[in-house]
Design a protein around this ligand. Structure first.
Ligand code: FE
Length: 202
């Protein structure tokens, strides 16, 4: 019996497990890992570094936006910014608390932020990440950087970003998806659909 089968999970946790089972095999852009492998590695790094359950959940879910649209895996190569962080945040806001949603929404901004404050950060980005960075607006200006630092969740987003950047390792062994179901459950208040609502249905 798997970890997920051994206990009942929150309906939103079940929804997420199903989404990864249905669509997690898709490639993570032009990186050498699948969307599921990328999510598991990011969540595993977060857990290993002692992140609280909601930030582990955010790491697992940071790219869920890629599983919610039908754009091709190589959208950036076609010059398309899929704005997956916005799509993800809107979807998550109807399910998870702000401690999960905010770092997800800001994880692309965090890349632009780190490019502005750490000159060496840019040099370790993958070619695919550099390509998408251009579409996302490049490094932040000084004004953007100062505004970003004031946003709730921006520090958590920067932590998440580093796990995101590292989570592209071929063949890395991680716990299975079901391992993280408990962290998802821990972020969800039983029988409460959402703590806030983005006001959208999509
Ligand atoms: Fe990612």
């Amino acid at each position: 019996m798997s970890e997920s089968d051994s206990q009942a999970h929150h309906p939103h946790t079940c929804e997420i497990l199903e989404l990864f089972r249905l669509r997690g095999d898709s490639q993570y852009g032009s990186e050498p890992v699948s969307q599921l492998e990328h999510a598991l590695q990011a969540a595993w790094f977060a857990e290993q570094q002692g992140a609280e359950p909601c930030l582990v959940a955010a790491a697992l879910l940071h790219d869920v936006g890629h599983l919610l649209h039908d754009l091709p895996d190589d959208a950036p190569e076609q010059g398309i910014d899929d704005r997956h962080e916005i799509l993800a945040a809107r979807w998550l806001q109807r399910r998870f608390p702000v401690e999960v949603c905010a770092p997800v929404q800001l994880h692309v901004a965090a890349k632009r932020y780190l490019c502005a404050v750490e000159p060496e950060y840019f040099n370790q980005l993958s070619p695919a990440s550099i390509l998408s960075l251009r579409l996302q607006g490049g490094a932040m200006t000084e004004q953007e950087r100062l505004a970003f630092e004031q946003l709730p969740g921006s520090a958590a987003a920067v932590r998440l970003r580093r796990w995101d950047d590292a989570a592209k390792l071929t063949g890395l062994q991680t716990p299975p998806l079901e391992h993280f179901a408990r962290q998802l459950d821990a972020c969800l208040v039983p029988s409460t659909p959402a703590r806030h609502d983005a006001g959208e249905n999509g």
